[in-house]
Design a binder for this molecule. Structure first.
Ligand SMILES: C[C@](O)(CO)[C@H](O)COP(=O)(O)OP(=O)(O)OC[C@H]1O[C@@H](n2ccc(N)nc2=O)[C@H](O)[C@@H]1O
Ligand SMILES: Nc1ncnc2c1ncn2[C@@H]1O[C@H](COP(=O)(O)OP(=O)(O)OP(=O)(O)O)[C@@H](O)[C@H]1O
Length: 268
């Protein structure tokens, strides 16, 4: 069985308070985009993991798919062993939630393949254990997210008809590093309301709280955002904790100015 886990962008990201458990409460809008990994699972005698494509830092045993397997196995002891092959395309350390998506798609695939009978709500509960971003990818629809970023309210939002361009500059930001540098600030108006405004107005009201300190540490990321606005973007922002940056355009601009960057994805 093969699935194609996709990435996400964050439209707005407000870190509102530090929680007693060390995590942070936040407000964000998750929007799925068309950059995909390829994940294949085959029933096997032993559990194994292999990957191709982009290099994934860390041991295979720490891969979120393997962690997902062990999580399910605790509750479903008869779950057969599987051979997992992941072809990695989604940039890592990008704020695109690639690893979280792999894990969520892995849970959905195991549920279907082995008839575990889990509802979407039940799969979200498993996903939450693996990471704050992971639960979003179970339903994989645009949502307003709050608390740790793993509680959702549905949202009518579509970027159909716009050109969305994403750049991954030569910089990698760890999520923990990004949270360490942020100063939580309560919001005056909820992002849930702000995002209902026309895309052309977002620039005035919608922000990503990580940008200030991440741009100071990695000026190359600030440069991408500035280039998007010079090229006529309606809205541009770093995604999540960075380092990727997306720009939303009315029509596809001439983006030869972006050629210097590592990876550029058009019409995501
Ligand atoms: C930046 C975002 O991508 C925005 O969507 C997410 O908040 C990050 O989600 P994630 O990568 O799934 O995060 P996790 O793997 O759960 O946590 C990584 C680290 O980020 C910090 N963290 C994460 C989420 C959150 N709401 N508050 C936090 O403080 C914690 O230090 C945690 O140890
Ligand atoms: N399947 C996987 N794909 C990518 N990274 C993985 C995976 N499993 C575990 N990881 C670990 O997670 C780390 C980063 O994951 P990911 O790509 O989700 O981060 P990110 O791009 O910062 O996204 P976000 O913070 O928005 O979730 C990697 O350094 C790697 O060690």
């Amino acid at each position: 069985m093969i699935v194609f886990p996709n990435a996400k962008i964050n439209i707005g990201l407000n870190i509102t308070e530090r929680r007693p458990d060390g995590y942070h409460n936040l407000e964000t809008v998750f929007y799925p985009i068309k950059i995909n990994d390829v994940l294949e699972v085959i029933e096997s005698d032993v559990l194994s993991f292999q990957s191709s494509g982009l290099d994934i830092p860390g041991d295979d045993a720490d891969n979120l798919c393997i962690k997902g397997y062990h999580l399910l196995k605790k509750d479903f002891p008869k779950l057969p062993a599987v051979k997992i092959h992941l072809h990695k395309n989604i940039p890592i350390g990008a704020g695109l939630g690639g690893g979280s998506s792999d894990a969520a798609f892995f849970i959905k695939m195991m549920n279907e393949k082995f008839g575990l009978g889990l509802s979407d709500d039940a799969m979200e509960d498993y996903a939450r254990v693996l990471g704050a971003d992971c639960a979003f990818f179970i339903r994989n629809q645009p949502v307003f997210a709050f608390e740790k970023g793993d509680e959702f309210e549905s949202l009518k939002l579509s970027l159909e008809g716009y050109s969305v361009v994403l750049v991954m500059p030569d910089a990698h930001v760890s999520t923990a590093e990004a949270y360490r540098g942020v100063k939580p600030t309560p919001v005056k108006e909820s992002l849930y309301d702000l995002v209902q405004a026309p895309v052309a107005d977002w620039k005035r009201y919608i922000r990503n709280d990580f940008e200030t300190h991440i741009f100071a540490a990695h000026p190359v990321i600030r440069g991408v955002k500035a280039t998007f606005y010079e090229q006529g973007a309606l809205y541009a922002s770093m995604s999540g904790s960075g380092a990727s940056v997306f720009g939303i355009f009315e029509t596809m601009p001439d983006l030869s100015a972006l050629e210097e960057y590592c990876q550029v994805f058009y019409n995501v």
